[in-house]
Design a protein around this ligand. Structure first.
Ligand code: ZN
Length: 128
């Protein structure tokens, strides 16, 4: 596998995600109610996000943040030489999968197992 191509792809994606995050942060800051010091921006109310949009924006942001982490992690693994191996079973991740999702850390079957674990109804509300 040509790691230069993968690195370029990761870096491009990283930039794109960072840009989107900055935009999102700006939108969220502009919307009223997110912080009390925003009240002087009342005249921007018409442009502000509705609370539903805001919720979606926060969701979006947390997705972007975890994508950002995954991309940075992938770049680190690329430098360290562990890139392209499944984090659980240590099998090589198929190149086709890496092309589609360069930050992938798991092979398809491990990913599916993890996702079915994550989908359990109790996983979202963990009580200590
Ligand atoms: Zn695996």
């Amino acid at each position: 596998m040509n790691s230069t191509v993968i690195r370029k792809q990761l870096e491009t994606e990283l930039k794109r995600v960072e840009t989107r995050l900055v935009q999102l942060e700006t939108e969220l800051r502009r919307s009223p109610g997110s912080a009390s010091e925003d009240s002087f921006l009342g005249d921007l109310h018409d442009f502000a996000l509705t609370s539903e949009n805001k919720e979606a924006a926060y969701d979006n942001r947390s997705r972007l943040v975890s994508r950002l982490r995954a991309l940075r992690d992938a770049l680190r693994r690329l430098r360290e030489g562990s890139y392209g191996r499944c984090g659980e079973c240590r099998d090589p991740i198929p190149v086709k999968r890496l092309r589609a999702m360069p930050e992938a850390t798991l092979c398809v079957s491990c990913q599916e197992q993890r996702e079915s674990r994550d989908r359990t109804p109790t996983s979202r509300t963990v009580t200590a």
